[in-house]
Design a protein around this ligand. Structure first.
Ligand code: SF4
Ligand code: ZN
Length: 328
């Protein structure tokens, strides 16, 4: 299993994650893989992070080298949770050779594993095999599959994101995961391309309600403008603005369940931001809330006084929906 290739994952870091009422030490890994099989989402640049055309064996050696690096650099007793991302889907056999799943399961036996995948790769047999590998009885649910559902609206997912699957694909995958003994984490995208601030907030409210029956964990991702994406094309022409932090806070406060949120790029022009003056405090408060689940903190942050609040209210009231011509 040990490869001699001097390779590292795309990223690997340690942090804390909330699980139930506990705070766990968490190892997060982003493996460089064969790349997303779909590769068409309008806001995504992760899909560019991939090995070129490779044989299955070569890909396996690259992945094994990365796993060996992770094991060398991180003592197993120092973390209890592992979050696994790739440049697409961890359970896609074309992207991650199935033999690698067994290696990962062996390396993280006894850990609580969260691994990201598109719904079409949620297969009961694969999940059962993987769970068998990691489960040593420590966790009631040792595996969660994280699915980037983004929104429960099929229209928004198709037109604004181009995600290539439907809400019912997600609910079927959730059912399959549960049948295999895994849990489900849903990633939701706040403010895809073409939506006004108000439309985006409404879509997120509806989505959370629709997703609660199917997922034990929900994470809201405020959209960021990644490089070399279609979203960036529009943003550079003034046709897109990432969501306001006021919107993020309002949604966290009103959510019927605890939603985690890591506002990547928060306070920067490519990430969720307000005016520049109040951003730092709000972003760090949102990060704290993800860990402590303290709604009063969110309430207090929403009371922060800043001139940009009136601007946000004006935008909510007056921004006009994106209008496409009806004919060519
Ligand atoms: S968002 Fe996920 S599914 Fe879409 S292109 Fe990126 S990696 Fe692939
Ligand atoms: Zn402000």
């Amino acid at each position: 299993m040990i490869s001699e290739l001097p390779e590292k994952p795309l990223a690997c870091w340690r942090g804390k994650e909330r699980y139930g009422n506990e705070l766990l030490d968490c190892l997060t890994i982003i493996f460089k893989s064969g790349g997303c099989s779909w590769s068409k989402c309008r806001m995504c640049s992760y899909r560019h992070e991939r090995y070129g055309e490779q044989s299955c064996d070569a890909l396996l050696s690259h992945l094994r080298a990365q796993l060996a690096w992770v094991a060398r650099e991180n003592k197993s007793e120092e973390y209890r949770m592992v979050k696994i991302f790739t440049s697409g889907s961890f359970f896609d056999p074309a992207e991650v050779p199935p033999a690698f799943l067994a290696d990962v399961a062996g390396a993280f036996r006894g850990k609580l594993v969260i691994a990201e995948t598109r719904p079409e790769f949620v297969q009961e047999d694969t999940f059962r095999g993987f769970i068998e590998g990691i489960d040593d009885g420590t966790w009631k649910t040792p595996l969660y599959c994280a699915i980037g559902l983004e929104t429960s609206s099929d229209t928004i997912r198709e037109k604004c994101i181009n995600k290539g699957f439907s809400f019912s694909d997600f609910t079927i995958a959730a059912k399959t995961a549960h049948a295999a003994g895994a849990g489900v984490k849903a990633y939701l995208l706040l403010k895809p391309l073409f939506l006004t601030e108000r439309e985006a907030a409404k879509d997120m409210e509806t989505t959370v309600q629709d997703v609660v029956p199917h997922a034990e964990m929900i994470s809201m991702n405020p959209c960021t403008v990644q490089r070399n994406t279609e979203l960036e094309f529009y943003w550079k022409r003034g046709a897109y603005r990432p969501p306001y932090l006021w919107t993020v806070l309002t949604l966290l406060k009103n959510s019927p369940v605890h939603m985690t949120c890591d506002p990547l790029g928060g306070g920067q022009k490519r990430g969720p931001h307000n005016c520049g003056t109040c951003d730092y405090e709000l972003v760090s408060g949102i990060r704290d809330y993800s860990l402590n689940g303290d709604r009063d903190l969110i309430g207090a942050l929403l009371e922060t006084e800043c001139g940009c609040r009136a601007e946000w209210e004006y935008v909510l009231a007056r921004e006009k929906p994106y209008c496409m011509p009806l004919t060519r």
